[in-house]
Design a protein around this ligand. Structure first.
Ligand SMILES: *Cc1c(COP(=O)(O)O)cnc(C)c1O
Length: 452
């Protein structure tokens, strides 16, 4: 490599934009630029709330929801936001206000929805290990105007879970309750997803039941007094950028639905799960209209309602993690920027090998020409504790705020107290206003429930 091209290489900084129009640098390119989330400077938020802090843009979540919803046009469809991607109450409220339904995987997520008053007919319950308490709670979850109480549908993932659901349902019905609605989650035997940990639809995965088994279960409980078959579901994985697995899996589900209709089990819902990929650095996400058209073509002839369960695509681009530079140091050939956020705050880099773009909240023209490759690491005592490796960063100083992009999904929700670290604050930006929607933990929070 010639000296000239090397110089060129190390001065090109990866710009994470355009992820979402809700995050943009403002100010004079020839002097100082400040990264804004909607109408608020992120440097200002860091100064006021402290770091590390997650910041979410309401406008970004709304934009993503509306774009996806509109893409399906007249096809009967329901977006069930996958709560596990980001379960902050204020984020859930933004989505509930948009009219979103929800996909949950635990009693804790059901409780969160109850706290913000989401009616049962907007909740689907997935998950391979539902406990008897969780099933009990969900069967009795308050409905709304709809006649039947309880949730919209249980996605049953095994014969044993079905037995448990039937037993709970019979108790509920004997006490005057109504039949729960159920679907079977079928393992579609389709490989998809951006990392082995987030592929879920292959025959070797723990999720769902095979079609042969599903068919037997549907037929065995065709005229059950204890439950009503309402749909069929699948979920392929996450960070999917191709239509092919969606088409393949949905075509299979559609043929199963036709088969069941012939057997006298007409279904109302066909659920293809979530998994839409987003851009972290250079990925090319599916365009909502393309995705919707491909799915609609398969579902429309069935006359079923399409359910989709997007998580990451709705909240991922809407969030950033703010962290402050503590120190810089060099060990032999490596340059390190040590920051106050760590793997306990954002585990995606080490868990999934994910790359999150990192840029300074305030950038100066002079500093941009002096970019170097650095590892951005946290204070936790693990070599796995990094936010980025070999990342090209302009010169930064202790005290500078760095922005870790695209951290709205699977960020805070996977954080922990490892190394007795307090979990970060969460902030929601709405136009020119911002507010703390989860306070940073304090040391009392860290020992709650412990006994000497
Ligand atoms: C995780 C999950 C989703 C959401 O996946 P994304 O990739 O975030 O869209 C949807 N459905 C089920 C059953 C899931 O487990």
């Amino acid at each position: 490599m010639s000296p000239k091209s090397r110089a060129k290489r190390i001065t090109r900084i990866v710009e994470p934009a355009p992820f979402t129009p809700c995050f943009a640098y403002r100010g004079s390119p020839s002097a100082r630029q400040n990264l804004f989330c909607e109408g608020v400077s992120l440097d200002r938020i860091a100064g006021s709330v402290g770091t590390p802090a997650y910041v979410y843009s309401r406008g970004s979540i709304e934009g993503a929801y509306r774009a996806l919803d509109r893409a399906f046009g007249s096809l009967p469809h329901t977006l069930c936001y996958a709560v596990k991607a980001n379960s902050n109450l204020a984020v859930l409220r933004v989505l509930a206000d948009l009219g979103s339904s929800f996909d949950i995987v635990s009693g804790g997520e059901l409780d969160r929805l109850r706290r913000i008053g989401v009616p049962g007919n907007r909740i689907v319950f997935s998950g391979v290990g539902k406990t008897v308490e969780e099933i009990h709670e969900a069967i009795r979850y308050p409905g709304s105007r709809s006649r039947s109480a309880g949730i919209l549908v249980f996605h049953v993932e095994s014969a044993a879970e079905l037995d448990l659901l039937l037993a709970e349902a019979s108790r509920h019905i004997s006490a005057g309750g109504s039949r729960p609605n159920a679907s079977l989650r079928v393992n579609p035997d389709v490989m998809a997803g951006g990392h082995p940990h987030i592929a879920t639809g292959g025959r070797g995965h723990k999720f769902g039941v095979s079609w042969d088994e599903a068919r037997q279960l549907y037929l065995a409980h065709k005229d059950s007094r204890w439950l009503a078959w309402r749909g069929i579901s699948a979920h392929l994985g996450s960070q999917i950028f191709s239509l092919r697995p969606y088409r393949q899996a949905l075509t299979r589900l559609a043929s199963y639905a036709r088969d069941l209709a012939r057997e006298g089990i007409p279904l109302d819902y066909i659920d293809i799960g979530g998994g839409l990929g987003i851009r972290y650095t250079r990925e090319s996400p599916l365009v909502p209209a393309t995705y919707a058209r491909a799915l609609a073509r398969i579902v429309r002839p069935l006359g079923c309602r399409l359910l989709i369960e997007p998580g990451r695509a709705l909240v991922g681009p809407a969030g950033v993690l703010l962290t402050r530079v503590l120190y810089e140091k060099a060990n032999r050939a490596k340059n390190f920027v040590i920051v106050d956020a760590a793997m306990n705050d954002l585990i995606r880099p080490v868990l999934y090998g994910a790359t999150h773009a990192i840029t300074p909240a305030v950038r100066h023209r002079s500093a941009r020409t002096k970019a170097t490759r650095v590892d951005v690491v946290g204070p936790v005592c693990e070599s796995a504790d990094f936010l980025a490796r070999d990342w090209l960063l302009p010169q930064v100083r202790p005290g500078d705020v760095l922005v870790v992009w695209t951290a709205g999904a699977y960020g805070f929700v996977q954080s922990s107290n490892y190394n007795a670290r307090r979990r970060a604050a969460e902030v929601l930006v709405e136009g020119r206003k911002f507010r703390i929607v989860r306070e940073r933990e304090n040391y009392d929070d860290l020992v709650r429930g412990e006994q000497l």
